[in-house]
Design a protein around this ligand. Structure first.
Ligand code: S3P
Length: 170
């Protein structure tokens, strides 16, 4: 196992890559707490992410995201799942690399689209052509995701448990 046992593992990657599901399975396997930055933001604001974007704007959401990631990484070792945009901010990447190990769940566009197309929970995809928007976001972000410490490829046939094992064995 390539992980420093004292550091938290931070799941990064596109929406639909499986960060939350795989992170939860990983936390169970490693017997450490599972944390989710989006969930924390929603709980503190008592609003959905879509409502936060709509009422307060994306910049406000990104500031909450940085605060929450910082706070969650200050605690005991855990698996932390982050929202797909979190790793794009240099300030977040710095915190993550100081206090954790960034694990990228790499997934191709078709897999991501198949997973996100039925859900209406992601404000960034509320556009006239969500597939084109997802493609644009994907193209812009992929080079930055590759700055993660480790990467595991998501495959449509892999179960969540297999993905978690793959992360441990990377
Ligand atoms: C976002 C991804 C979402 C959520 C927000 C913004 C993004 O999280 O943080 O809608 O910028 O990619 P998931 O990656 O868990 O969908």
């Amino acid at each position: 196992m390539a992980f420093n046992v004292k550091k938290s593992i931070v799941m990064v990657g596109m929406m639909g890559a499986g960060k939350t599901a795989v992170g939860q399975a990983l936390a169970a396997l490693l017997e450490v707490p599972f944390l989710d930055s989006d969930e924390e933001i929603v709980r503190a604001a008592n609003m959905t992410i879509a409502e936060i974007f709509e009422r307060d704007g994306e910049a406000f959401f990104r500031d909450r995201e940085t605060e929450v990631i910082g706070r969650l990484l200050d605690g005991e070792r855990a698996i932390l799942s982050t929202g797909g945009g979190a790793f794009m901010a240099e300030r977040n990447r710095r915190m993550i690399s100081e206090r954790g190990v960034a694990v990228l769940l790499r997934a191709d566009l078709e897999l991501l689209w198949n997973r996100v197309k039925h859900k209406d929970t992601r404000p960034l995809l509320r556009t006239p052509d969500p597939k084109a928007t997802l493609t644009e976001i994907y193209d812009a972000r992929v080079p930055i995701y590759e700055l993660a410490d480790l990467a595991v490829d998501a495959h449509p046939d892999y179960t969540i448990a297999q993905m978690a094992e793959a992360v441990i064995n990377v």
